[in-house]
Design a binder for this molecule. Sequence first.
Ligand code: EPZ
Length: 421
Amino acid sequence: MEKYVIIGGNRLSGKVRLSGGKNAVLTILPACLMSKGVCTLYDVPRLSDVFVMIEVLERLGAKVEFYGNKMTVDASQIVSIEVSEHLTRMMRASNLVMGPILSRFREVKVAYPGGCSIGSRPMDQHLRGMKALGAHVTERYGYIEAQATKLAGAEICLDFPSVGATENLMMTATLADGVTILRNAAREPEIVDLQCFLNNMGARIKGAGTDVIKIDGVKELNSAEHSIIPDRVEAGTFIIIAALTKGDVVIENIIPEHLEAVIAKVREAGVEILELNNNLRVTCRKQIRGVDIKTMPFPGFPTDMQAQLMAMLAVSEGTGVITETIFENRYKHVDEFRRMGADIRVEGHVAIVKGVKKLSGAYVEASDLRAGAALVTAGLIAEGVSVIGNLQHIDRGYEGLESKLRDLGADIIRVEDINGK
Ligand code: EPZ
């Protein structure tokens, strides 16, 4: 298994360009299945999750070509409507092929994606919406099956703004007969990007980015070209890395309004962030102050930045309180931070982080991709050497992380573990 070895203490400076967004491409790739033609995507990040999604599409019969960050998807010859457990267990987001396959072929069979280290992650909101659109849904033998002789537009109100359910139901309703109104919809930028792509293919959707989305069903979708929006979580991660290393970093290809809550909170902690068109310049010459955050659906503070902010609080002056409201089990990184000398107490959904002067390097393991990024952040500022295991989590969501960090002056290398564990 590969590991990062990091020698902490370097100030990072220079320019870093964000990759295309993991969570944007993981819903746009399944959407390509709805087109009878060939779709061309630009700024596609080379991430392990993207390669898993390519395998899902190819198993269904799509032809995918991926060179550099350009991808073409030919979904003219889909030969299957089933996604196996092997794939859905590898990546929960493979459940996002349900809406596209159901809407185009009126039937779909997907192995239950199951939970992961951050929570059980059920799909009740997805299935309730598909039933409202006319699908007959059964859950048995570890599979979810949905069939519909007819999909008809409906009024659907989500119990809470689930990102995946909003995406799956937008795609299901796109080829249904009539108008669907999706209320209490998620407002994440990835949903706006999906609406833009679907409309490029000939869909008639409006309202993405608000909590009410109107989908006017159409008969079929055509080819389209699309550039994936930049990764807002990668952006937030580099903001915190630049701040904690007391560096001076320009982050390029950023859309600041995609992470206003993160920018506001980091500024509140004392970090200077200058917006220059679609670049941010991050510097920090003062001692960072402890701040409180509560993770919320967009536009609130994103749960995907919770671990990275904890790394910042771990070395802030004073105490910060984190309340995680989105996932029921997203504090697995706390034990790893403690190995590095952090002073953190968890009580249910709340983590109380008391800043310490310095973290010390240690051997730590990533439990999920955002925890991994947060541990890298901690290693960059810790005293001495840190070794970070379970890199497969980080490779899911950060394209070329070590080379981007080395270009900014970090002392980080990726090594193969000699005894292969
Ligand atoms: C998306 O997951 C993202 N993944 C997650 O990013 C992100 O953390 C999450 O949205 C919240 O912003 C992708 O876009 C591929 P949800 P998703 O449906 O769609 C519960 C990362 O690190 N829920 O908004 O699965 C669910 O268990 C990943 O990049 C139900 O109970 O998130 C969770 O507690 C991690 N029933 C909460 O809602 C449902 O039917 C939010 O889930 C659906 C979800």
